[in-house]
Design a protein around this ligand. Structure first.
Ligand code: SF4
Length: 301
């Protein structure tokens, strides 16, 4: 296969994948929504969950996106230095988004800032955004594709706390944000929290936390305990599905952290909504694709 043919092949596979995640939610999200539906006691909350499942059925049956806001595409890439298309990756992901925009179709969500026009192709200056992790001595490429909708992006916030604020300060920051802006996304939410030194490190971690599988925990025991406490606290607000009240506000709370400067605590929140459209695919060096988040999807056929 020539380089051009390889680029075309991976572009086509990623376009198909992007379109697919706009239609069908990942397996772990469906399982969590089913679990929460069973745990809710009010007829209204249960009916809203049933409507969500109906939405999923219809989206697949009609082959169209399950939410009208198909977001801005973000890609979290973990790429081995020996992956053959590393240098072409950013350009081909952009092309894949354009293809998916017309083929799926996706809503036109890329407005050029300061020039104020919609590109109508879902790409523009810096969009889709690609975040890189480079892996030495490896020839695979893992990609998380995420649709950042407007509603689920709105509760995002980052700041640097005074050192004396401590973990109580982190908790207050998260709870203030959830009680004021949480409802801008459609609950139940997945809440990502980043704890680091500065706003940019915390912000990136808080979004990366949303790529983790539901039910996973921070490997640090105390951080995992804080995930649980925050989950209980946000559930106690009683947002329920679509904010119409219920026993559960969240699908989970994920904390990602780094070591930090002793004088600062950078903290950030990012939120995923019930329609948490993220997909994970691994390409080997021959461009065979393995999807890990959605059962029954074959991008190689
Ligand atoms: S918050 Fe999520 S489900 Fe609600 S409109 Fe936005 S993308 Fe759709």
């Amino acid at each position: 296969m020539t380089k051009e043919e390889s680029v075309q092949l991976m572009t086509d596979k990623m376009a198909k994948f992007v379109g697919y995640i706009g239609i069908k939610l990942p397996d772990d999200v469906i399982a969590k929504l089913s679990e929460l539906r069973e745990k809710e006691t009010s007829p209204l909350a249960r009916t809203i969950y049933d409507t969500m499942f109906k939405n999923q059925e219809q989206a697949v049956a009609l082959n169209r996106p399950s939410c009208q806001d198909t977001g801005v595409l973000q890609f979290w890439v973990k790429c081995g230095v020996n992956f053959p298309l590393m240098g072409e990756l950013e350009a081909l992901l952009k092309e894949a988004v354009v293809k998916a925009t017309f083929a799926t179709p996706l809503r036109h969500n890329s407005v050029e800032t300061f020039d104020e026009y919609n590109t109508k192709r879902n790409v523009g200056k810096g969009t889709p955004t690609v975040f890189w992790d480079i892996v030495p001595n490896d020839d695979h490429c893992e990609i998380y594709a995420y649709m950042a909708g407007g509603g689920c992006t709105l509760p995002g916030k980052a700041m640097v706390l005074m050192p004396g604020a401590g973990y109580e300060g982190v908790t207050q920051f998260v709870m203030d944000q959830m009680t004021s802006y949480g409802l801008n996304a459609c609950p139940p939410l997945l809440v990502g929290v980043g704890v680091a030194t500065s706003v940019e490190t915390a912000a990136l971690l808080s979004k990366k936390a949303l790529m983790r599988p539901l039910g996973s925990h921070n490997p640090n025991e105390r951080a995992a305990q804080m995930e649980k406490l925050l989950e209980d606290g946000i559930n106690a607000i009683g947002l329920g599905p679509q904010g119409m009240s219920g026993n559960y506000s969240v699908m989970g709370v994920h904390i990602e952290n780094t070591a930090r400067h002793p004088s600062t605590i950078g903290v950030a929140v990012n939120v995923g909504c019930w329609s948490h459209r993220r997909g994970h695919v691994i390409f080997d060096k021959d461009l065979n694709a393995t999807v890990t988040t959605h059962s029954g999807v074959d991008l190689n056929g």
